[in-house]
Design a protein around this ligand. Structure first.
Ligand SMILES: Nc1nc2c(ncn2[C@@H]2O[C@H](COP(=O)(O)OP(=O)(O)OP(=O)(O)O)[C@@H](O)[C@H]2O)c(=O)[nH]1
Length: 330
């Protein structure tokens, strides 16, 4: 059954797209209900208006620049994205397609406007979501960079802390004047050696000696404390250079040094100390020559740190009493 002209006219009015027919000057000749509903204006009010006035200012430029131009040129335009100006607060995005209708009297143009607010909103949402994701990504990168820089700072603080701890540890165990281990460090080394000797039941396998500079006080008195300090430093160097790698030497008092000689019997220790005594005697000292007295003892089962040091000290006392510059064993 052929549709009646009245039905077709009704369908035109109610189509889900806005429809408008304009003349060759762009004035509205016909407008359907759908469009006049969107614009909240009766068709009678819209007729004879310029079609461009239906759009927002930005869309008007596009309408005149693109649509009108293409219509004159090729007589058809498809899917131009424009915005209808509904009222002061609302706009309606539409996709406009237009065709020139050939009539004998006047050239007419039919414009269809497909509303795309949902599509537009989705696109805007997508764009917003993309922006948010980019923002989150850049914030994440910033946080990662900050964490990375904090990690670098922490690492450098840690290594500084480690260096300071090592330095403090070294200082706690060293004599500041000569750089040799101090009394505390010597006691620890001796205790360690004693623990080893007890564990393996070694006997006479290490010796302990004390060296004391003879008549050191006059050097200070006659040449000044700084000269005395120089002598102590030079002696520390001499001792370090003369002793074997395993030997342990420490400054345990003013002009007193202690020696731990591992794997050394009492005879071997006396021999080594005698060579050391001679080296001191022949060394070129500033400001005056020095000599030194020695007391030495060897490990006996059951020895303690104190008993060993006490024996070495009494041997040294004997040396001092017998005229100095000599090695006494106990
Ligand atoms: N320059 C200097 N002198 C020190 C230091 N520590 C201790 N002395 C001095 O060493 C001297 C030790 O004197 P004494 O104990 O009488 O010993 P001595 O003069 O060597 O006499 P004998 O040991 O009996 O031969 C004192 O004058 C202390 O002031 C130091 O670090 N630097």
């Amino acid at each position: 059954m052929e549709p009646r002209a009245a039905d077709i006219a009704r369908w035109w009015q109610l189509a889900p797209v806005g429809q408008v027919v304009i003349d060759d000057q762009g004035y509205i000749l016909q407008v359907n209900h759908t469009l006049s509903d969107w614009l909240s204006q009766p068709a009678s009010q819209l007729i004879n208006q310029l079609a461009s006035s239906l759009f927002t200012v930005e869309s008007r430029m596009l309408y005149q620049g693109v649509m009108a131009f293409r219509l004159t040129d090729v007589g058809a335009v498809d899917e131009v994205h424009l915005c209808l100006h509904l009222d002061n607060e609302r706009i309606l995005p539409v996709l406009c397609s237009a065709r020139r209708l050939s009539t004998k009297e006047t050239p007419l143009t039919l414009i269809s406007m497909l509303p795309i607010s949902r599509k537009d909103q989705l696109e805007r949402d997508l764009l917003d979501a993309r922006k948010e994701a980019q923002q989150a990504l850049s914030e994440k990168s910033e946080v990662i960079a900050e964490l990375e820089s904090m990690r670098t700072i922490l690492e450098s603080r840690n290594s500084e802390l480690h260096r300071l701890t090592m330095k403090l540890g070294h200082e706690a165990r060293s004599d500041p004047l000569t750089g040799l281990p101090n009394r505390r460090h010597f006691d620890l080394a001796l205790q360690e050696r004693l623990a080893g000797a007890d564990a393996y039941r070694h006997s006479n396998d290490f010796s302990v000696a004390i060296l004391d500079i003879d008549h050191f006080k006059p050097i200070n008195d006659q040449h000044g404390h700084a000269a005395g300090d120089q002598v102590l430093q030079a002696l520390a160097q001499l001792l370090s250079s003369q002793l074997r790698g395993n030997d342990f030497v420490a400054r345990i008092g003013g002009e007193e040094f202690a020696l731990l000689l591992p794997d050394t019997s009492i005879d071997e220790a006396v021999g080594a100390l005698e060579r050391l005594r001679c080296a001191i005697e022949v060394h070129h000292w500033e400001p005056v020559p020095i000599i030194a007295s020695f007391g030495v003892t060897s490990y006996l089962p059951g020895d303690t740190c104190e008993s060993l040091m006490a024996r070495a000290d009494s041997a040294l006392y004997v040396t001092k009493r017998q005229g100095r510059n000599h090695v006494t064993q106990s």
